[in-house]
Design a protein around this ligand. Structure first.
Ligand SMILES: [Zn+2]
Length: 90
């Protein structure tokens, strides 16, 4: 069982998601994101914009998730990461 917060998943709040697989985690996070989108939550909208950059690239989300897990952040090996860094200001 993995537990991650909305923030760790690229969101903007401390809500936690507990699932067995990455796919389930991504699903829950997406549902939560949709809810926040409906509420027009500014912090989440900004975070989602950054996450969308990742979604545009195949496997980028998984790579990014792996990096989150291993704690490696802000590497610049790929253009998509550069884009994300700009979006997240890190
Ligand atoms: Zn959230």
């Amino acid at each position: 069982m993995k537990t991650m917060t909305c923030k760790q998943l690229g969101g903007a709040c401390e809500q936690t998601f507990s699932t067995a697989t990455f796919e389930e985690m991504a699903g829950l996070s997406k549902e939560h994101g949709k809810e926040m989108f409906k509420k027009n939550d500014a912090a989440h909208l900004e975070a989602m914009r950054a996450t969308q950059l990742l979604m545009e690239t195949p496997n980028a989300m998984q790579d990014w998730f792996k990096e989150k897990k291993t704690g490696i952040r802000c590497t610049s090996r790929r253009l998509i990461r550069v884009k994300l860094q700009k979006a997240l200001n890190c």
